[in-house]
Design a protein around this ligand. Sequence first.
Ligand code: ZN
Length: 538
Amino acid sequence: MIRNLLAVYFLAQIFVSTSTFAQSCPGTLDLIFINGTILTMDADSSIVSSARVQGNKFVAVGNDIDISGNCAQVIDLEGRTVIPGLIDSHTHFIRTAQAPGPFILGQEASSTIAEYQQALRTASEKAAPGEWVVAVGGLTPLQFQEQRLPNTEELTAAVPGNPVWIQRGYLADGIVNELGRRILVQRGVPVSDDGISPAAEGGLRYILRTRTEERMLDRFRDYMNYAVSTGLTTVIDQGCCDFLGAELDIDDRPNFSVLDLLWRSDELKLRMRLQYDHRDILEQDDLRSVSARVLNSQIGIGDGFYRVVGVGERVIADEATDEEVFEAYLNVARAGWPLSQHTIWEDEIERYLSIMERVAAEIPIRELRWSLEHIFEITPNQIERLKAIGVSVRVQDHDILRNGSTGWNPGPPLKTLLESGIRMGAGTDSGVVGPLNPWLALYFMVTGKHMGGELIIPGEQISRLDALRLYTAENAWFLGEEDSLGSIETGKLADLVVLDRPFLEIAEDELRDVAPLLTLIDGKVAYATGAFSNLQSP
Ligand SMILES: [Zn+2]
C-alpha cells in the first residue's frame, strides 16, 4: 500500500515538473553546444568553442556565450569539430533520387566488390518481386580494390531474385545479372552472354518505364537521408529529370512531381534549390521557352526547404546558334535571373564567355550571379575576362573518376582560380557523373587525386579550409542566401554538422573518410549517430 502511494507521489512529481517545465518552456528548447572546435566560416574564419540555437537560428556564437536558462539542452562536444551545413551548388539530385528501384545505400562508400555486393543485397531486400535494382552512374572501377566493376556473375550472386542493372555513367553500357539478362532478351533488348547491354539499345529506357510513384517517393526519402548523413544541408539541382540516352516520352518523365509531393507533405529533409535546365525539358529547349519562363515567373519563389534560384546549366539547346544563345541570355538578364552555363573545353568556354561579354555590353550582369560550370580547360585570359564582366565559376570533382576515356584535360585549375580572386563555388555534378558524398569532393580539391589515389591536378590543390569555404559560405552566395546560410554566425539559420574526427588535423587522404555524427538543419536534428543518437529535435 505505502509502496503504491509513494509510486503515485513520485509519478505526480515527474508530471508536475515536466508540465511546469513545459509550461515554463514555451516553444522549443534551446540547443547549447559547448567545448567544441567550431569552424564558423565567417569572414574572419574564426574558430570558437560554443554556439546557441534557438528555434531555427543561431542566437549566440563565441567562446563565452550565455548558457543560462532552464529551457535549454547543453551538449558537450568534447572538442569535436563543427562546421556549417555543407552546400553542393551543382547536383542532379532529383534525377538520381528518382532512379528506378530501391536506393543502394553504401554504393559510394564501397571499396571492394564484396562490399558492393552486400550493398546491392541489402537494397534488394526492399525490392518488390520482379522490381529492378538499379545504379545509373555515381560509381567507378577506381573505387574498388579490384579496379573493375562487378561482373554479371557477381551481380547474380549478390541478387539472384531480382533483375539488376548497373551503369558506370552517362551513356555507358549496362551490366545486368542473369535474371535481368533474361527479362531484357525476352523484350528484344540485346544483352551479351557476359551480361553487357549496349547503352543506346533501350535497356535503360525499358527499366525507367517500370518506375512507380511509390518507389520514387521511397527512393527520394532514402537519398535525402543519405545526403544529410554526409553533412549536406542544401543542394542546388541544376537540371531535372531524365537520363541522357534514355529518350523517354513526356508521359514517362516524373519531372518535379515527386519533389512537389514531398514538399507539400513537409517531408523534405534538406534544403532543395532549383535551377531550371532548358535542355532537359522536351520541346522546350528553344529561345521562346526560356524567355517565357524568366519573363513570366519570379525568382526566389518557395520556402526554406524548396526554392527556385535560377536557370541552367543549359538555358537553350547546345545546337542553338550564337544569335539564339545571345537572345536567350539577354532575356534572362532583362528578367534579372541568375544563370549558369555548362562548359567543359577551352573553345566551349570561349563561345559562352564571348556571348556573355556581348550581353554585358548591353545590360550590366555583375549583380545577377551568373556562372560558368565545370570549366576544366579554362585559361588565365578567360578567367580575367569573366572577372571583368562579373561572371563567376562553379567547379566540380568529375576528375575524381578520371579514366582513359575522359575527354578533357585534367582540371579544373582550382588554385589558379582561387588566387585569381574570381568568385567560386564547388560541388559534384552528382549523381550520374559522380558520387554525391561531399567528402570525396573535398578530398579531390585538397589532394588533387582521383578515387584510386593517382595525382590528377598537380599544383592546383587548395587548402582544406579554402575547400570547406567553397562548400559553405561561397556556395551560399550562389543561392543568393549568404545572409542566412553558409556560416555559423548569430542570426543565421541553424545548419551545422558535427564531425567524427578533427578536420584540421587528419591526414589529407583521410578527408574522404569523414563521417558526420550530427547534422542539424533549421535547428532540427536531420541525422544523428554515435554519441548524438539520443539527441532529439528540440
Ligand atoms: Zn550538371
